[in-house]
Design a protein around this ligand. Structure first.
Ligand code: ARG
Length: 465
């Protein structure tokens, strides 16, 4: 005889190896809070609809409160032979409240139950990511404000291109993370939809009220097709994608920090708290946090492909393969959460070395575009101006100086259009200051960006209020 909650038709016990192979409690226990909230809403709804008495509904809700307390106190008896979080909680509930516990599953299947739990969990995760990403945006803004006058080489092809302000460079990331938050918020609207009432796959004959359950759980709506409701996991995929994009953005910044922390750049000094040493080379201070974050990004990409691959061959509706959906999501959730939090700390504690950045400006002819534009503004066709400037660069390179250090005579030998006022144009600060068009690196534009971002941060997210 089987002692499983589903064991009525089974004559033999499940083998130990099968129990160990098919269980999910080793990872889905993390969904306990969502499972209990979902069951409490379901029980209350059964009571309101007269499927069970309101006294029974109350007993179930109170019993589930006790289960939650036991889990949070660490005294809950998790049992692998009960497979998953759902049956562990239901079994313990029945031990606590007696036979009425067996009424909880009326009109419900684990198929719609697990989907509800997972949707709530994914939605709660997205919300946490959004708060953390907003906090990180705030740190980018703080660092930008503290370094409003610092210039550094802006690069293309990882080669010095034009001077930009450090604030502008940092705010580029703030805008990326703002888009991430918006993407997550958009995704969350599709995730937080209740599938409860779909039952196993076909709906149910009990007079359930799925909207009441959705309302109790702060969800935006209910399913439209019971088969879709239990089989769909695109909500988790989409959330994984959102998290993956955030990791990609973090990883790009990590890459910059790693370069900048190299003494040959010397643009940043990472705090000791966010660096580690070498066991053999005493001088080393390694940017391990940034490297590990870049490394974890690869794992997050893998998790997205993992779930996509799991889903591609699954016919309608629920198939047990779907139990594997939680593993990649739980892993990415932890990675995104920890990485966003840690990056906010690390960035806040990073010191920027303005003098090193300034010195790097003169090494790469970053004012060459200024000279070409100067000539073009004096009527020379831009292509020609580009060519003449190239000759000026070659001349400066030969002399081992910057463009601004060439004599007026030397410059005029290239074009008589050049006069004394060229030196003001070749000045790096001027080059940055003149780029005040919206979105440019000029100080007015940077200030406007900071204000726009701060306005966005000052408005709480819809579900925060
Ligand atoms: N542990 C299962 C999962 O995570 C719960 C659903 C089980 N449903 C079933 N019909 N066996 O997917």
């Amino acid at each position: 005889m089987s002692d499983k909650p589903w064991g009525g038709r089974f004559k033999e016990r499940t083998s130990g190896a099968v129990e160990a192979y098919t269980e999910s409690i080793s990872f889905d226990g993390e969904l306990y809070a969502q499972d209990i909230a979902g069951s409490q809403a379901h029980a209350a709804m059964l009571g309101r609809q007269g499927v069970i008495t309101s006294e029974e509904a109350k007993q179930l809700v109170a019993g589930l409160d006790q289960v939650r307390a036991e889990i949070e106190a660490g005294t809950f008896p998790w049992r692998q032979e009960l497979e998953d979080v759902h049956m562990n909680i239901e079994t313990r509930l029945t031990e606590i409240v007696g036979d009425v516990g067996k009424k909880l599953h009326t009109g419900r299947s684990r198929n719609d139950q697990v989907c509800l739990d997972f949707r709530l969990y994914v939605s709660d995760s997205l919300r946490r990511w959004m708060l953390l990403a907003r906090k990180l945006c705030g740190v980018y803004i703080e660092q930008a404000r503290a370094h409003a006058d610092v210039l550094l080489p802006g690069c293309t092809h990882m080669q010095p291109a034009q001077p930009v302000s450090l604030a502008h460079h940092l705010l580029a990331y703030a805008w990326m993370f703002r888009r991430d938050v918006e993407r997550m918020g958009d995704c969350e609207k599709r995730v937080r939809i209740s599938p409860l009432g779909a039952a196993a796959l076909a709906g149910t004959t009990y007079p359930l009220d799925p909207s009441f359950v959705a309302g109790e759980l702060g969800m935006y709506g209910t399913f439209s097709n019971s088969m879709d409701a239990v089989a769909d996991r695109d909500f988790a995929l989409e959330a994984l994608f959102c998290g993956t994009v955030t990791m990609m953005h973090l990883s790009r910044f990590c890459e910059e920090l790693i370069w900048w922390a190299n003494p040959q750049f010397g643009f940043v000094t990472l705090s000791d708290a966010h660096s580690t040493g070498s066991s053999i080379m005493p001088q080393k201070k390694n940017p391990d946090v940034a490297e590990i974050m870049r490394g974890k990004t690869g794992r997050a990409y893998g998790n997205l492909i993992n779930l996509l691959t799991t889903l591609k061959g699954i016919p309608l509706t629920y198939n047990r393969d779907l139990q594997e959906d939680k593993i990649p999501f739980l892993d990415t959730n932890k990675t995104v959460r920890d990485s966003l939090a840690l990056m906010a700390d690390m960035l806040g504690a990073t010191s920027f070395n303005a003098a090193r950045m300034r010195r790097a400006l003169s090494a790469g002819f970053l004012n060459a575009t200024e000279l070409a534009d100067y000539l073009a503004m004096r009527g020379m066709p831009f292509r020609e101006a580009h060519h003449i400037t190239g000759r000026a660069v070659a001349m400066a390179e030969e002399q081992g100086v910057g463009l601004e250090e060439l004599s007026l005579e030397a410059l005029r030998s290239l074009s008589p259009l050049i006069s004394e006022d060229v030196y003001a144009v070749l000045n790096y600060d001027t080059a940055v200051r003149r780029r005040n068009m919206p979105g440019g690196t000029g100080p007015d534009s940077v200030r406007a960006q900071m204000e726009a971002l701060e306005r966005w941060l000052s408005v709480p997210l819809a579900w925060e209020v």
